[in-house]
Design a protein around this ligand. Structure first.
Ligand code: PLP
Length: 231
């Protein structure tokens, strides 16, 4: 089941790359394993998935303990400052940086652990009230401030696009985020590489790839529906 899902998603990614004239290697598929058991992650690992996304600190720590140490864990959910300390050691990329205070905390803890932590800046590109993330107009000033923190490296931007029936409705937002990234990259700020664009989920990853995503975060499309009822 999972294996079939992965090969389906993989095929869709390749086709989107073809349409956009991009190479498959430009895109990292992150399997979003939140709420899903270790056994399913192992299945995904067995067919070459190396990157997994979670939205809870505790869940990353528990799964990491029992799984292959080479897995790259991605923190994609809202991160509280008091939880930063416990995951600096465990995550390869924090996608969800949404305030300067959080960035400062990550920098501080990374420094203690002699690490440079890669982060993405979360952008609320569609200005949805329910969503975390910076508004587009505040990005430049945040990046300028955060670039002074020596133990974080700003790799790029991330967004959670609106839930829509037709993925085409999100194309404009993906395009806007890509433009924002190119614009920020052109400013050549220290500690800011702007080479990662994390956008696209089960419903819209193909459109996101066509518009320049370098990381797509696919949960349901790989692991099936999530059941929050029993948790
Ligand atoms: C849950 C989640 C995903 C995956 O969503 P699906 O629609 O199941 O693919 C992607 N990104 C974030 C930030 C999430 O919280």
């Amino acid at each position: 089941m999972i294996l079939e899902n992965i090969s389906y998603v993989e095929q869709k990614i390749r086709m989107a790359c073809q349409r956009a004239g991009r190479k498959r290697e430009e895109i990292t598929l992150i399997a979003v394993s939140k709420t899903k058991p270790v056994s399913l992650i192992q299945e995904a690992l067995s067919v070459g998935i190396t990157d997994f996304g979670e939205n809870k600190v505790q869940e990353i720590l528990e799964k990491k303990k029992v799984l292959d140490a080479n897995i790259k864990w991605h923190m994609i959910g809202h991160l509280q400052r008091n939880k930063v300390k416990s995951i600096i050691d465990s995550v390869s990329l924090i996608h969800s940086v949404d305030s300067i205070r959080l960035a400062q905390k990550i920098d501080e803890e990374a420094k203690k652990q002699h690490k440079i932590q890669d982060i993405l800046v979360e952008v609320n590109i569609a200005l949805e009230e329910s969503k975390d993330g910076f508004q587009k107009k505040d990005i430049f000033s945040f990046i300028q401030d955060a670039s002074e923190l020596d133990n974080i490296r700003i790799r790029g931007l991330m967004t959670v696009a609106p839930i829509v029936e037709n993925p085409e409705e999100n194309r404009c937002y993906f395009r806007e985020l890509k433009k924002l990234m190119v614009d920020m990259k052109s400013k050549n700020i220290d500690n800011v590489t702007m080479d990662v664009l994390s956008m696209g989920m089960t419903g819209d990853y193909e459109v996101a790839i066509e518009e320049g995503a370098t990381m797509v975060r696919v949960g349901t499309g790989i692991f099936g529906q999530r059941d929050y009822g029993q948790k």
